[in-house]
Write a protein that binds this ligand. Structure first.
Ligand code: MG
Length: 255
């Protein structure tokens, strides 16, 4: 059985919660850190959802779907290719993506997000699999023109609002073969399955943990399938993962 967990703003305060039907059960803290039921309930329709975890970092994977590596003109990597987005780039469900003035070509990238539930260092794949606490949807928004002309990914991937995550976290799910979709203004642009990944979630988390310590709440974004393309102001972009939900964001110009 799957369970949905969220973070939300209600009456001026941020809370973690467990979604039950049309209500949210308020928790005393992050559920992966022992947060418990407070007994309070609020209507899901009355809260505004926040990014589902306060990640210290977002570790992203490049070229983890064969057809996307092809469309980027890159070989499938022999080992996972990683880069990072700062926590300041995190952006919640329904919060606008802002196109920076420095880019003329901002792209969507629909991705399966992993939420890490415990401190992890030098983990084997079995330990890494157990440390994946849940799954969410991520849009790895990218300034493609900047990415193309630089060797490093940091600038192209790190603008504020470029790490959309949500709308919530789902636990108790197998993510081995989920349909992954991106829609722009209702039109399907990416449509693949997580079974097409080159490296599995457990392999990715184990690999990353041999480089850096993963902390509870950290996010790992597992790469995007083929079909990436441009966003312009006024677009509504949706990332949908089967069994998880749909992350939706409006696009606007940076003020
Ligand atoms: Mg990506």
């Amino acid at each position: 059985m799957t369970t949905r967990y969220c973070r939300f703003q209600h009456e001026g305060r941020a809370h973690h919660g467990r979604i039950e039907g049309e209500e949210v059960v308020v928790l005393s803290g992050a559920p992966w850190a022992g947060g418990e039921d407070t007994g309070r309930r609020v209507a899901l329709s009355a809260v505004s959802l926040l990014v589902p975890s306060e990640a210290s970092k977002v570790v992203c994977i490049g070229q983890n779907y064969r057809k996307h590596a092809e469309e980027m003109g890159k070989p499938v990597p022999a080992e996972p290719l990683i880069f990072m987005k700062p926590s300041t780039a995190l952006n919640a469900h329904r919060s606008p993506i802002q196109i920076p003035k420095a880019s003329q070509e901002v792209h969507y990238e629909a991705e399966l997000g992993l939420v890490i539930g415990e401190r992890l260092k030098n983990a084997d794949e079995a330990t890494a699999a157990r440390a994946i606490w849940g799954f969410t949807c991520i849009n790895d928004v990218t300034a493609r023109d900047i990415q193309r002309r630089e060797v490093q990914h940091t600038r192209a991937k790190s603008y504020d609002t470029f790490a959309c995550a949500g709308p919530w976290i789902v636990t108790g799910l197998s993510a081995a073969d989920l349909r992954i979709l991106c829609r722009v203004n209702g039109q399907v642009r990416q449509d693949s399955r997580t079974s097409d990944m080159v490296f599995s979630p457990a392999r990715l988390v184990s690999f990353i943990s041999h480089i850096m310590t993963l902390l509870p709440g950290d996010l790992v974004s597992t790469g995007t399938p083929s079909g990436v393309g441009r966003l312009v102001a006024g677009d509504v972009v949706e990332v949908e993962l089967e069994g998880i939900g749909t992350l939706a964001n409006l696009v606007e110009m940076e003020p």
